[in-house]
Design a protein around this ligand. Structure first.
Ligand SMILES: Cc1cc2nc3c(=O)[nH]c(=O)nc-3n(C[C@H](O)[C@H](O)[C@H](O)COP(=O)(O)OP(=O)(O)OC[C@H]3O[C@@H](n4cnc5c(N)ncnc54)[C@H](O)[C@@H]3O)c2cc1C
Length: 359
């Protein structure tokens, strides 16, 4: 009888043949010519990682040949890419897991990037999981921070864990590429430089429509597209349990209307049925990054904080001077939100109408 093979144990060293993997890639998410903004946020982040590694940033643009794809290639350079892999085939016109993951697996195996980033969107999560499996490599999902670990040049991908009470940093030590998804608005949008140019590498994969089991029969626009768009709002007025009762939400809506803002909430308000879960900010809700986030009657629990702490400016209103939210808000008002919200609404209404008249 043959001896059972010795357990190999875990590999923590990068095998020699994987050391040739180089460059930071972002898979650009586009549908019908519209690029998801998270892709540009990731190109900006990829630029920082690549500069630390001394390598190039590549954008991978997949789709059917046409003017939209050419425009997206140009935009990729503007946001920071050095190289664009333009992968075209009629079968890639609409996103489908099988052709996209097949093609991406082949392109990665051919050109060997060391890091591959995608947005943690519905599409990005689907594609990232599929290709990490076929490539037999590690994927860290829903990251909030990316960096390069100087000691071994590996990607340090940080994400909330244990219900958001801890942040853990994950490294893929012995496999390549290192993959990560990042939620929209977690990373800053880079400035666009329209004068930047770069190299385009055309890739024409072999795909046979008859061999793809999923078929796109029709495109029906999302009926929920008029719902809250928190992730893309410049101003958000958010309410927490400190509002006391549902009727007081009117004060939040009034201020939001004057400011042209979206309304967000903490989780207990969704659980109480005051608003739908598309307005929940936080770990199990939306990640937001507005220019101004007004938090009224919100304590600042970690699960809420991870969804809004990267806002450019946070104004907190809370009766408790020791509320956690004051530890990370830029401005704080210690007081009753039921009095302060209407006062802000009135003040902004006056100020903004003066500005409108003046302009
Ligand atoms: C697995 C898990 C996931 C979670 N995900 C999320 C998430 O995605 N998003 C989220 O928000 N939470 C989430 N939570 C819940 C989170 O832990 C907190 O319970 C929640 O954020 C608290 O909401 P709050 O700040 O509105 O309420 P509280 O913590 O009760 O705070 C209310 C605040 O209002 C203040 N206040 C009271 N009266 C007034 C007044 N009149 N004027 C001004 N201030 C007043 C109080 O001083 C207090 O600071 C999650 C929890 C778990 C376990």
């Amino acid at each position: 009888m043959s001896q059972p093979s010795k357990p190999q144990g875990r590999r923590f060293q990068l095998p020699e043949h994987l050391k040739v993997y180089q460059g930071v890639w972002v898979i650009i998410e586009q549908e019908r010519g519209q690029v998801h903004s998270v892709s540009w946020e990731l190109v900006g982040e990829a630029r920082k990682l690549a500069d630390k590694l001394g390598v190039e940033v590549a954008a991978v643009v997949l789709g059917a040949e046409g003017p939209d794809l050419n425009r997206i290639c140009g935009e990729s350079f503007g946001f920071g890419a050095d190289v664009v892999y333009k992968v075209t085939h009629p079968c890639l016109k609409d996103y489908r897991t099988d052709p996209y993951s097949k093609v991406m697996t082949e392109v990665v195996n051919t050109y060997k990037p060391e890091i591959v980033l995608l947005g943690a969107t519905t599409l990005g999560r689907d594609l990232a999981g599929a290709i990490a499996t076929t490539l037999n490599t590690g994927l860290t999902a829903d990251c909030t921070e990316l960096d390069i670990y100087a000691e071994n040049r590996s990607l340090a991908a940080t994400r909330p864990t244990f219900g958001g009470t801890l942040l853990c940093t994950i490294q893929t030590l012995a496999y390549r590429p290192q993959m990560a998804t990042v939620r929209p608005r977690v990373m800053a949008m880079p400035d666009r430089d329209e004068t930047r140019i770069g190299r385009v590498i055309e890739v024409t994969p072999t795909l046979v429509e008859d061999e793809i089991v999923t078929k796109v029969l029709n495109f029906i626009p999302d009926s929920a597209q008029n719902e809250a768009q928190l992730a893309f709002a410049d101003i958000i007025v958010s309410a927490g349990k400190g509002l006391g009762k549902q009727e007081n939400m009117k004060l939040v809506w009034d201020l939001a209307k004057v400011l042209g803002a979206e309304v967000g909430v903490s989780r207990p308000l969704v659980q109480a049925g005051w608003v739908g879960n598309d307005r929940q900010v936080g770990q199990t809700g939306k990640t937001v990054r507005p220019k101004l986030y007004i938090a009224a009657g919100i304590s600042g629990a970690i699960q809420h904080r991870v969804g809004m702490e990267k806002s450019d400016l946070i104004l907190a209103i809370n009766t408790d001077p020791n509320a956690t939210i004051f530890e990370f808000a830029h401005y704080g008002i210690v007081g009753d939100a039921l009095k302060i919200l209407p006062a802000l609404t009135e003040a902004f209404a006056k100020k903004l109408s003066v500005n409108r008249l003046a302009s």
